[in-house]
Design a protein around this ligand. Structure first.
Ligand SMILES: *Cc1c(COP(=O)(O)O)cnc(C)c1O
Length: 394
């Protein structure tokens, strides 16, 4: 193969990332996605996936996907608006509406696209966009895609949000993560809903990390605060995390769904999710609503309690969180990488999250727990960290 000529500016940018300990690359996993992962012929106990309920390799769901592929085929063939919207998509939408109490649901192939769609369609020169500083990148990118004035308020600070609203003058879209993906903490949703209603703003909540895991019947962050569809006109959720599959949805009113169907380009100009994925997500939803789902949520919660008890002895602080995301704040990227590396040497996979994903000097070990982790395995992670902190401080 003749050599590729990579421009110097690209090489310089890569070199800079390496020098700052911020260089990232993908690793190949050669096992199914469970709490035990195989990488480069080594087995690891993993604490870094978002498969919080342990459903990604669930036998019943695997069978559902295989059966659905046999009956529906493997591709949807077109966008929802052309001829790619199959009866199984419709069935999944209805089940989500009933579960969450919304009039309508639109499906997306990824959460990233769902957020781009809603934010870019609602934001405009007349309707500014306001969001939490720590919102997921896809919400921020949605704002960049629109022509709207875009402001960010201090993390979980309702007074800061109110101040921005006052200075913006016009009402627009207020968007927040329900549970923050790199921090694990919860947004003050009731207060934000009250502020949005008072000021005539539309509230959107991205509950990628709450749905399935938290609240009554796994209904997520809104259920934790008894919030209705009327108080949160746009609710976004993903199927690649607690649901264990792939894809996402946006729930809203009938008219709002019609609006998105006309104006949300990431909904219009893309192929519908494969029907077998929709069938599997529907089966996953039924599992989440069942007694097995309840049991899995209880196990996950007990793992969180165990980890946080053990963490009290560590020289670093666990960030405040009652979700499956339990970040251990390290600070320096180099040190966070070192701890992650030491864990890996001892057969545990848990990733350091560094800037620019998180603010400068807040590198952390993002520990994520699953209902599939046993107390013995969580205990093993804690014993191993005890040993690493003992050695590192010497
Ligand atoms: C993961 C995530 C997304 C993106 O969802 P994908 O389906 O993985 O594209 C959006 N928002 C939040 C808060 C997330 O954590």
């Amino acid at each position: 193969m003749p050599p590729f000529n990579t421009p110097d500016w690209m090489l310089a940018a890569l070199q800079e990332r390496r020098e700052q300990h911020l260089f990232r690359s993908t690793k190949v996993i050669t096992s199914p996605q469970t709490t035990h992962l195989r990488q480069a012929d080594k087995d690891y106990l993993a604490f870094c996936s978002n498969d919080y309920l342990g459903l990604a390799n669930h036998p019943m769901l695997k069978q559902t996907m295989a059966d659905a592929a046999l009956s529906y085929g493997v591709g949807s063939g077109a966008s929802h608006l052309v001829c790619g919207h199959l009866d199984i998509h419709e069935k999944l939408e209805q089940a989500l509406c009933e579960w969450l109490g919304y009039e309508r649901v639109l499906l997306f192939s990824t959460g990233y696209m769902a957020n781009l769609a809603v934010i870019s369609a609602l934001g405009s020169k007349q309707h500014p966009i306001l969001m939490d500083k720590l919102n997921h990148a896809s919400l921020i990118d949605g704002a960049r895609l629109s022509e709207a004035t875009f402001k960010r308020y201090l993390h979980n600070n309702v007074a800061s949000a109110a101040k921005h609203m006052a200075s913006l003058g016009q009402a627009g879209v207020l968007a927040t993560d329900g549970i923050f993906s790199m921090d694990g903490d919860r947004a003050p949703l009731s207060e934000l809903a009250r502020l949005a209603a008072e000021q005539g703003w539309l509230l959107m909540v991205d509950d990628a990390h709450g749905l399935g895991c938290m609240g009554e019947a796994g209904k997520g962050s809104l259920a934790l605060e008894n919030l209705s569809a009327q108080q949160v006109p746009f609710l976004m959720g993903t199927f690649g995390k607690a649901f264990g599959v792939a894809g996402a949805f946006v729930a809203c009113s009938h008219d709002m769904a019609d609006y998105l169907t006309q104006f949300a380009r990431p909904y219009i100009y893309t192929t519908a999710m494969p029907p077998a994925v929709a069938a599997t997500v529907l089966a996953s939803l039924q599992l989440i609503q069942s007694e097995e789902g309840e049991r899995r949520r209880e196990t996950l919660a007990s793992n969180v309690t165990l980890l946080r008890q053990r963490a009290e002895a560590w020289p670093y602080e666990m960030m405040p969180s009652d979700s499956a995301i339990q970040p251990l704040l390290i600070g320096s990227s180099e040190q966070a990488l070192r701890i992650s590396y030491e864990l890996e040497q001892r057969g545990i996979m848990c990733k350091a999250i560094r800037p620019p994903t998180v603010p400068p000097n807040t590198a952390r070990l993002r520990i994520t727990l699953s209902a599939e982790h046993s107390h013995g395995e969580v205990g093993h992670l804690c014993d191993t960290l005890d040993a690493i902190f003992h050695d590192v401080s010497k």
